[in-house]
Design a protein around this ligand. Structure first.
Ligand code: GLU
Length: 444
């Protein structure tokens, strides 16, 4: 490497590291993968449950990891390969279930962690499905609609034998939505020659999707926040909140909280964070994103110098609804919210959990808090299978029943076993997966 090139390379490296430190707290934590965090969460709950080694051997690690390269023809005629994954973690309680994310930083350990969380998420809310997750290493913002379609179709075609309504049922996740689901469903149906919309969930309503699916994750977050506030004696009307991430989960969560009278004083997305102590006009922010694709240029608040500082604002409720590893050993001591409602998967590291617990913060863990999405995915799958479709009112009523019941069971376990809400949620979920796995027994 030429010296000047090398110098600028090192500079970029240093800059990159500084940024990662800023985001993740310490470098140690940044290196530790989400999957290690997930296993640490498992071990603590398994210890409290006094699980035997043979029980752990059946349910802790992913059952099947698939990695492929997807060749896609770009608009300029060149062919590019994209790395893609599907991890099926556990199928003891039903077909594998979990979204597919498109993101430039996806790696196999992250997908393993996300698949693991899906297993226990489905178990904690009591829907009859296992856990899986998919990912493609791509910055979808850099693809044309045609390129995105070819990538989505190739993902399904390349791994088609993994999928099926009784096998593995994907759904949206970060940077994927109803359109990507439609292309994948169509690809599956074209291969199988059977109209099987239950192969995938999160489809548009006009194509076998369910009413209420789009806002389901956020509505689940709201139901959890309401319950937590009730237990803590916090009035939601007049309370304050910050929401990190303004995708499908963050935007609807902000809107629903605002409808309950909560003042959302800061929001953020990949472009930065915006603050307005009088309360951000969430509808205006959503309209802005619908028009411009992101919050860049949003005038409904002052742009914060550091987006990471959003997590540290003095509010009653913090909703991390972006990516993993946001609340870490490096910043948890400065996080001041009373309720932390995890809209994202894995936003809090185990180190941060310990710091938050010491202060007495009430963390509603991801596998409970954001389970509304997969719960309505399940309801969509049920509707697909019977070919009869419910009203949004009916769907939301069922969603509330699942979420409220799961919250109460976890809360009672927390009280009875004197553990955190996260450990309690894992204890409830692990118990259910263990039971199913033992009842089935080991084949051959
Ligand atoms: N991607 C969402 C999650 O992380 C939804 C998964 C699904 O609906 O299967 O829970």
């Amino acid at each position: 490497m030429r010296r000047s090139t090398r110098r600028s390379y090192l500079k970029r490296q240093q800059h990159g590291l500084a940024r990662k430190r800023q985001i993740a707290g310490t470098l140690e934590e940044w290196r530790a993968s989400a999957f290690e965090h997930a296993l640490e969460q498992f071990d603590e709950a398994a210890r409290r449950l006094k699980l035997r080694d043979n029980q752990i051997a059946m349910i802790k690690l992913p059952r099947r990891i698939t990695e492929v390269r997807l060749p896609v023809r770009m608009d300029d005629g060149t062919i590019r390969n994209f790395r893609a994954f599907r991890v099926q973690h556990n199928i003891a309680r039903g077909p594998a279930k979990g979204g597919i994310r498109f993101h430039q930083d996806v790696n196999v350990d992250e997908v393993k962690a996300l698949a693991f969380w899906m297993t226990y998420k489905c178990a904690v809310v009591g829907i009859p499905m296992g856990g899986a997750k998919g990912g493609v290493v791509v910055d979808p913002g850099k693809l044309s609609p045609g390129e995105r379609e070819r990538l989505s179709r190739r993902y399904m075609a390349e791994m088609i034998d993994l999928f099926g309504p009784d096998r593995d049922v994907p759904a949206p996740d970060v940077n994927t939505g109803p359109q990507v689901m439609s292309w994948m469903m169509d690809t599956y149906i074209m291969h199988k020659h059977d109209f099987l919309p239950g192969v995938i969930t999160g489809k548009p309503v006009g194509l076998g999707g369910s009413e209420g699916r789009r806002s389901a994750t956020s509505l689940g977050v709201l139901f959890c926040v309401r319950k937590a506030a009730q237990r803590l004696g916090l009035q939601l009307k007049g309370a304050t909140a910050t929401v990190q991430g303004f995708g499908n989960v963050g935007s609807y969560a902000a809107q629903l909280l605002a409808q309950d009278g909560v003042r959302v004083v800061a929001i953020s997305d990949v472009e930065g964070a915006w603050r307005n102590d009088d309360g951000i006009d969430i509808r205006a922010a959503m309209n802005h994103v619908a028009r411009r694709g992101s919050l860049r240029g949003f005038r409904g608040g002052v742009r914060m110098l550091s987006a990471a500082k959003l997590l540290e604002l003095p509010v009653d409720i913090l909703v991390p609804a972006a990516l993993e590893n946001q609340i870490t050993g490096g910043n948890a001591a400065r996080v001041r919210a009373q309720i932390i409602a995890e809209g994202a998967n894995g936003p809090t590291t185990p180190d941060a959990d310990r710091i938050l617990a010491k202060r007495g913060a009430f963390v509603i863990p991801d596998i409970l808090c954001n389970a509304g999405g997969v719960t309505v995915s399940y309801l969509e799958w049920v509707q697909n299978r019977m070919g009869y479709y419910w009203t949004e009112e009916r769907v939301n009523q069922d969603l509330k029943r699942y979420m409220d019941h799961a919250f109460d069971v976890v809360y009672d376990t927390m009280k009875k076993r004197r553990v955190s809400m996260r450990v309690a949620a894992f204890m409830v979920a692990i118990q259910r997966v263990t039971e199913a796995s033992e009842m089935r027994g080991l084949y051959a």
